[in-house]
Design a protein around this ligand. Structure first.
Ligand SMILES: C[S@@+](CC[C@H](N)C(=O)[O-])C[C@H]1O[C@@H](n2cnc3c(N)ncnc32)[C@H](O)[C@@H]1O
Length: 195
């Protein structure tokens, strides 16, 4: 049965979490996942898009690799904090306030996209909008890497069959891997944009 927790889901709720000094400590695993490092090593992207970038640490990593990196998050508080953090960096990502279900402000197709903990915040309707937006913004054959909890905070159970179905119109699920990145069960998903 799908049961919704009281985890944040709106931009206002996320703003509140990001305004607190310690409430988002759970997302504080800032080590760069090997899966993200491999995304760079295997695809040699010139451009990257991060969905739900939060404090922007993973997009900063991409920028440090010489990639033109863009990160999007609908929490204005998170983006403000992220921009402050990178003020003195030489290789900065572009960090924007925006909703991953409507990215009309972005036009340029990206070489890769990734999402570490945002997709599992979306309800079913928003998952479909996300799928269409990421399809529009990725080049044919490009990879979308997603890390998501098996028991999404929004109350939906995610697994490889579910993800393959949500993305079936425009992506194929090339690979998935069980993960204990946040101790509780989760998966990495490698989705490839169809032509
Ligand atoms: C669990 S946090 C992960 C943040 C970051 N990826 C990390 O690992 O530190 C999920 C992020 O997704 C963002 N988010 C959730 N729904 C979103 C939406 N519809 N549009 C844009 N960002 C969203 C939240 O504001 C939050 O920053």
């Amino acid at each position: 049965m799908n049961t919704k927790s009281d985890a944040p889901s709106s931009s206002k709720e996320f703003d509140k979490v990001y305004s607190s000094a310690f409430l988002h400590w759970l997302w504080g695993d800032t080590r760069i996942p090997k899966e993200l490092q491999d995304l760079v090593a295997n695809n040699h992207p010139k451009t990257s898009l991060e969905l739900g970038c939060g404090l922007g640490r993973f997009s900063s990593f991409m920028a440090e690799q010489g990639i033109k990196a863009t990160g999007i998050d609908f929490s204005g508080v998170a983006i403000e904090k992220a921009r402050k953090r990178i003020e003195d960096s030489l290789q900065k990502p572009s960090l924007l306030v925006g909703d991953v279900t409507n990215l009309a402000m972005l036009k340029e197709p990206f070489d890769v996209a990734f999402d570490i903990g945002c997709f599992h915040c979306l309800n079913e309707v928003d998952q479909q909008k996300y799928e269409q937006e990421v399809y529009r913004l990725l080049k044919p054959g490009a990879t979308l890497l997603i890390w998501a909890l098996n028991h999404a905070p929004i109350g939906i159970k995610l697994n490889p069959d579910y993800m393959a179905r949500v993305f079936s119109a425009s992506f194929h699920l090339k690979k998935s891997a069980f993960s204990r990145r946040r101790i509780i069960g989760s998966h990495w998903y490698w989705l490839v944009r169809k032509d």
